[in-house]
Design a protein around this ligand. Structure first.
Ligand code: G3I
Length: 358
């Protein structure tokens, strides 16, 4: 209720105040690697299309950050943070604990539970401590459930060596290091109501009942024209997490077309799916942002993964806006006055969370 009132206040403010500047009411974020920041076409598009949040696609993962035991390389992550600071953007932290991108010095050895817990603690302490409030949220645990019908815990090194409690441990440690930062559980295949999102719901509800400091759910949303939940399913599903007192974010949105080149009809279908996803998140009143897993069809993990273009993103390979961008623009762009104070959404990557009390 409080969240919905806050959204209403924000919307009224945007209507009443003088019209002199435009920005997004909720941040549109994109995933990227730091080397893109050397490309003028890319950075011009970030500015032209008013991207307000950046997620390091790989450079905050353990394998990149701690390639050798106790030796940290923050160069890529720091470059993204510095760029964001200089351009009035926020940065989402992705990700502290995952079954992929673990450095070989971890996977090549056999550890006791106590030893691996120490490794996890040290990694979280060092990384969360280094980033401080330069990131506005952390994906603490990523993809902990598997894709069997039971959606049991995925058999990662963390799960097999530390056991179920590794998730509690990771959130608790991150909270100890930075008690103010929102901490997320992030996963794919959970934006609609289905067996996997039911399993995440049950797990997170149990974590909350144990007092685990989890504040948000990241719905990755790697969708395709042939595989996407209905608008109603997405809305109802996100709402039930908000009803637990959590905030929600769309963290890795892309919508694969399936064939190349895309037809106008396919691009229109893609736009509609973007609209449905954004609408589902916003309708909860506790949506902290919409991040797409890339900016331009020129650079998408799907091309590397599938070997052909899927045109899943809001801009074409030549940085032209697609119908999917129109969905982002129509739904997120609002107008604020140029002399807006610093606490206003123009400089705040997470307006709802900062303006409203959860
Ligand atoms: O940078 C090295 C390069 O030096 C080397 O020559 C090359 C050879 O394989 O690998 C390069 O690293 C690759 C990296 O992407 C950068 O391109 C890794 O092999 C490759 O595994 C890595 O893939 C990333 C994947 O996560 C695994 O970390 C994708 O870019 C990234 O888009 C993807 O992102 C994930 C999210 O984190 C979680 N949700 C799903 C999403 C898509 O899979």
């Amino acid at each position: 209720m409080i969240q919905k009132q806050c959204v209403t206040v924000l919307l009224l403010l945007s209507i009443v105040l003088t019209v002199t500047a435009q920005t997004f009411a909720l941040p549109w974020g994109v995933a990227l690697t730091s080397k893109r920041l050397q490309e003028t076409n890319f950075t011009t598009a970030l500015s032209t299309y008013r991207v307000r949040s950046l997620t390091p696609e790989n450079e905050m993962k353990m394998g990149v950050l701690q390639p050798q035991k106790g030796t940290f390389d923050f160069s890529g992550a720091d470059a993204i943070i510095e760029y964001a600071k200089a351009h009035d953007m926020g940065v989402r932290g992705h990700t502290l604990v995952w079954h992929k991108n673990i450095p070989s010095w971890v996977t090549d050895e056999t550890w006791t539970k106590a030893q691996l817990t120490d490794i996890l603690d040290n990694h979280i302490e060092t990384v969360v401590g280094h980033m401080g409030n330069d990131v506005y949220a952390w994906d603490v645990v990523n993809e902990a459930l598997d894709d069997t019908t039971a959606h049991a815990r995925r058999p990662s090194i963390w799960q097999e060596t530390i056991g179920d409690e590794y998730i509690v441990h990771a959130f608790t440690k991150a909270h100890q290091v930075n008690p103010t930062i929102p901490l997320y559980y992030n996963d794919y295949g959970i934006i609609g109501k289905n067996g996997k999102s039911d399993a995440v719901y049950t797990m997170v509800k149990s974590l909350l009942n144990q007092g685990v400091p989890i504040t948000g759910i990241g719905f990755q949303s790697h969708l395709s024209l042939n595989s996407h939940p209905t608008a109603e399913s997405m809305q109802q599903n996100m709402q039930r997490f908000v009803d637990l007192g959590l905030e929600v974010s769309v963290t890795e949105l892309d919508v694969a077309i399936g064939t190349s080149p895309a037809t106008a009809e396919q691009l229109a279908q893609q736009e509609q799916i973007y609209r449905d996803v954004i609408s589902a998140c916003m309708s909860t009143g506790a949506c902290a942002g919409i991040t797409t897993w890339g900016l331009t069809d020129k650079y998408t993990w799907l091309t590397d993964y599938l070997g052909h273009t899927e045109a899943p993103l809001p801009l074409t390979t030549t940085y032209e806006p697609k119908p999917a961008y129109q969905a982002i623009k129509d739904m997120l762009l609002v107008t604020y006055p140029a002399d807006t104070p610093a606490s206003h959404p123009t400089t705040d990557p997470r307006p709802h969370s900062r303006v409203c009390t959860y």
